[in-house]
Ligand binder design. Structure first.
Ligand SMILES: Cc1ncc(COP(=O)(O)O)c(C=O)c1O
Length: 339
């Protein structure tokens, strides 16, 4: 099983701290989520139906109609690799590890590639999988750069898969609007920016033939009717989206500044998290967890991996959370200086 953020119950049992007392910064989920209203009773009663308003709301939000709703982008991450015969796949590393895992499981030859190596790997690759902005490094790729790689891959029947799970806070560089294009696949999620990870809703943007194959592979009713209803309302709530973008930009800057003030200058980040590299990442993770603050630790167990140990910090959701983090970072930096 791959490691993920958000495993609060495991942390609570391990550190003997009650669930309610944790400040969970281990995910990149917006702590000030879209406020879910009461779901109409009819949504529980009937089977989910296509074109109930979700596809139209998504089309308006993402700017293209060639899309397929899925039960979180994770569902697409798992369903895409079996749609191709075994081939050479380059996957950005460090990055969301489920991608490499899914392609390997479908018997493809997977090469982990750093951001700097991407240009060189394209001629030797059939499928290139990127996360933009990347999780956990926060690295961003311009649409021009991505379309350049896509053109090279598509000319040989290849695919460019761009996971845009963290794109919504600053969507100018999204490739969704360029879909459908042969060999271009874009994944979006309602889990991060909208803070609706539990609803399990995401979207795939691709050429219609591929969307049909995915649909056939996944089967009917993949997104529940209550989740479809909630997602439809959230995608259409333009004023909330505007306010959330402004707030996330401020909070992300605030988090970067706070970390820096305590001597933990981030090496990267995006609107929903900051990424700090340190040889002491494991110890920092443990010390913070003892104070009931959960971060996401990254330590590559891949043979020959050169990526540094690191921690990802999500955003606190209220002033109490900010004060707790401030105090914990102060104690951590005091302990680091004394050591
Ligand atoms: C980069 C990235 N892509 C996709 C996912 C899956 O998100 P979901 O299935 O909730 O849409 C995650 C979850 O952490 C992620 O970090």
């Amino acid at each position: 099983m791959l490691e993920h953020g958000g495993r609060l119950r495991v942390a609570a049992a391990r550190y003997g701290i009650p669930l309610a007392d944790w400040l969970d910064l281990s995910t990149g989920i917006n702590p000030c989520a879209w406020p879910v209203p009461a779901v109409p009773a009819s949504a529980w009663l009937r089977l989910p139906q296509d074109n109930d308003g979700l596809e139209a709301a998504a089309c308006a939000y993402y700017g293209t109609e060639h899309l397929l709703p899925v039960a979180g982008s994770q569902a697409a991450i798992q369903a895409l690799p079996p749609l191709r015969p075994p081939c050479r796949v380059g996957v950005l590393h460090p990055g969301y590890a489920e991608h490499a895992h899914a392609w390997r499981r479908a018997r493809h030859t997977v090469t982990s590639v750093s951001a700097k190596e991407l240009n060189d790997i394209v001629p030797q690759t059939d499928v290139l999988v990127l996360i933009n902005p990347n999780n956990p490094t926060g690295a961003r790729f311009t649409a021009d750069q991505l379309l350049h790689w896509h053109a090279q891959l598509a000319a040989r029947g290849g695919w460019l898969v761009v996971d845009e799970a963290f794109m919504d806070a600053a969507p100018e560089e999204s490739l969704a609007r360029f879909c459908p294009r042969l060999g271009l696949i874009v994944l979006r999620s309602l889990g991060k920016f909208f803070g609706l990870a539990g609803a399990r809703v995401g979207f795939v943007f691709a050429e219609p033939v591929l969307l049909d194959q995915l649909y056939a592979h996944l089967g009917p009713w993949t997104v529940t009717a209550p989740s479809r209803w909630v997602a439809t309302q959230a995608l259409a709530d333009f004023p909330w989206q505007q306010t959330a973008r402004r707030r996330l930009a401020l909070d992300s800057e605030r988090l970067a500044f706070l970390l820096k003030c305590h001597g933990f200058t981030p090496h990267g980040g995006c609107a929903l998290f900051q990424w700090v590299c340190s040889p002491h990442a494991s110890e920092f993770h443990d010390r913070l967890a003892r104070r009931g603050i959960l971060t996401r630790r990254f330590e590559s167990r891949m043979p020959g991996a050169t990526d540094p140990p690191s921690l990802r910090f999500g955003l606190p959701g209220d002033e109490t959370g900010w004060a707790r983090l401030d105090a914990a970072l102060q104690a951590l930096s005091d302990a680091t200086i004394c050591a």
